[in-house]
Design a protein around this ligand. Structure first.
Ligand code: C2O
Ligand code: CU
Length: 577
């Protein structure tokens, strides 16, 4: 009796009650032309149930794109689903028109073919849909994939890079399912972990140094990575590429959208198994995934407290370590790359962003929808205009009770400080997501806006909790080139003078029209054509003055048009603080 009880106990400990599945490793695509088919599919997450999915070239997730710095590539993205969608290259420095934000839609049946040069450093990026109000749905159903960029600096370091062998992409997600085992997109019931779309995964590894490319591709949840035996691992890269040198850690918190590359020394672990886990019991209150997602006061998210993942440590993937591969890697490098820090004193401009509950909501509330600077996202509203070549500090203030992972397109940044303290070394490299602490928490980053100006197509910034993003916690900015944008549009420039130049938000705009111009109306619009003010010109007059202070402008670009009886003159005009 006693013996069989022991046997049962032993069995319960050594054989988990759920079956384990081999980790799916996404296929790779390389070269310079990449064909991506966004398609509907289904996958069995529960025996007897087909869960409807969206995949890329497959049922769930998509192939890993292997890119080389300096290559010119063309993406050929075909939308085979019934919804309009987009594909955004998260983390990549590409022209706004190629960025795949919510304006760059791919209609059902259409193929989108952006081309661009790979300007990124070696890094782990990812791609995913970005259609406004549909991002959570499309990503949750499985439309996403890895991007691995390689460059000569990374190539010169002894690092594991046999894809799927000692260099593993790991997309970590949690999912909520309804009774018929279909995904729920907006839910605090995300109690099922999938890694590369695999439930309860395991992976055989050699007793070598192994590189894990961790991607938090969850909709809302942060993961606090660590191993079941608490062994240290070395963080070698953050969102935008290599750190200056490896940082040894036993825990690493990644919020949605964030990536890290870590090296794990398994050289003395032949014959052992170890779990990569999320130590969620150690996540601070005020982060989705902690026991309490609210920094102050009790949790009020429906269903959150009963979700077994919240505030509890749980397994992500089991690694079974075999013997060493003599051709594998046996050591961790001492140093990696040089990162030149951008001094705060070099900034031309500081912009402030405040996260609040939806306009009208109670200040400091946990419940969204959340907004940035009191403005819910509006496809037709350019929230910010950045001057090409400027170095800017972005100051993010979180007046809500939950932390938000803030992400910006176009550039990588360096975190200056979080609540006044410099970032921990594992976050001190190139980043494109920063988790902004709650309750008045402030994060500041610095970056330089180089290479890509576009007076029409904006880039996005937003919270990377996809439900928050879809709910309006997003804004858009133009990068404009003042050396070319303050010039004529088409050939109709012909002598309209505007001064002062640049204008000031609180000042007056003076327009002088050519003597022979029979002007009727001055129209001032934003770059996407929304009319801000119209001004009647007196008969026979050839000048006008417009008070900008009532327009509530931010730094940016205005389109000034003089509409005449026979002609329209138009000019772009820059307004600064
Ligand atoms: Cu990963 Cu704007 O997105
Ligand atoms: Cu958020």
């Amino acid at each position: 009796m006693r013996r069989s009880l022991y046997a049962i106990l032993f069995l319960t400990v050594s054989a988990p009650s759920f079956s384990q599945n081999p980790l799916v490793i996404p296929d790779t695509l390389s070269g310079t032309v990449f064909q991506l088919q966004i398609q509907n599919g289904s996958r069995v997450f529960y025996p007897g149930f087909n869960t409807n999915t969206i995949g890329v070239n497959g049922d769930y997730l998509g192939p890993t794109l292997l890119l080389n710095q300096g290559d010119f590539v063309q993406m050929q993205v075909t939308n085979n689903i019934t919804d309009t969608t987009t594909i955004h290259w998260h983390g990549m420095h590409v022209p706004a028109q190629a960025d795949g934000g919510p304006h760059i839609t791919i209609l059902p049946g259409a193929t989108w073919t952006p081309s661009f040069e790979i300007k990124d450093r070696a890094a782990t990026h990812w791609y995913h849909p970005h259609l406004h109000m549909k991002t959570a749905e499309h990503v949750t159903k499985g439309a996403a994939g890895f991007i691995i960029v390689r460059d000569p600096i990374e190539a010169a370091i002894v690092l594991p890079r046999s894809y799927g062998v000692d260099d593993l992409p790991l997309a970590i997600q949690t999912r909520a399912f309804d009774a018929s085992k279909q995904f729920i997109f907006e839910s605090a019931l995300d109690s099922v972990v999938v890694v590369n779309g695999t439930k309860n995964p395991f992976k055989a590894l050699s007793a070598n140094v192994v590189r894990l490319r961790l991607l938090n591709a969850a909709t809302e949840r942060s993961f606090n990575f660590g191993f079941s035996n608490n062994m240290p691992f070395s963080v070698i890269a953050s969102d935008g590429g290599l750190l200056a040198s490896p940082v040894s850690k036993t825990r690493l918190l990644l919020s949605p959208g964030e990536r890290a590359e870590v090296l794990v020394d398994m050289t003395s672990m032949a014959g052992q198994s170890v779990y990569l886990m999320s130590y969620a019991s150690q996540i601070a209150a005020g982060i989705y995934g902690a026991a309490n997602p609210q920094a102050m006061g009790p949790n009020i998210i429906t269903g959150y407290t009963s979700n077994p993942l919240n505030g509890t440590n749980f397994n992500l993937i089991r690694f079974d370590i075999g013997s060493a591969d003599p051709n594998g890697v046996f050591s961790i490098p001492i140093s990696l790359t040089s990162i030149t820090s951008i001094p705060a004193s070099s900034a031309n401009n500081t912009r402030s962003f405040t996260f609040m509950p939806q306009v009208g909501g109670p200040t400091g509330s946990l419940i969204g929808p959340f907004v940035i600077n009191m403005m819910p996202f509006d496809m037709m509203m350019i929230n910010d205009t950045v001057i090409l070549g400027d170095t800017e500090i972005w100051q993010l203030t979180n007046q809500t009770r939950i932390s938000h992972p803030f992400h910006i397109h176009d550039i990588s940044f360096q975190i200056l400080d979080i609540n006044g303290a410099p970032p921990a070394p594992e976050y001190a490299g190139w980043k494109d997501v920063v988790l902004v602490p709650p309750m008045g928490g402030v994060a500041r980053f610095i970056t330089k806006f180089e290479d890509f100006a576009d007076p029409v197509y904006p880039y996005m910034y937003h919270c990377h909790m996809l439900t928050h993003e879809d709910g309006g916690m997003m804004g858009q900015f133009l990068v404009i080139d003042t050396t070319t944008s303050v010039s004529e549009i088409g050939s109709s420039f012909s002598g309209m003078k505007i001064y002062p130049n640049p204008g000031t938000m609180s000042g007056k705009l003076n327009i002088q029209l050519p003597d022979d111009f029979e002007g009727v109306l001055i129209r001032v619009s934003d770059p996407i054509g929304r009319v801000l003010v119209t001004h009647q010109i007196e008969k026979g007059g050839n000048s006008a003055q417009i008070d900008l202070s009532s327009l509530n402008l931010s730094n940016g670009l205005l389109i000034i048009e003089a509409i005449g009886e026979r002609d329209v003159l138009s000019r772009r005009y820059i307004v600064k603080k």
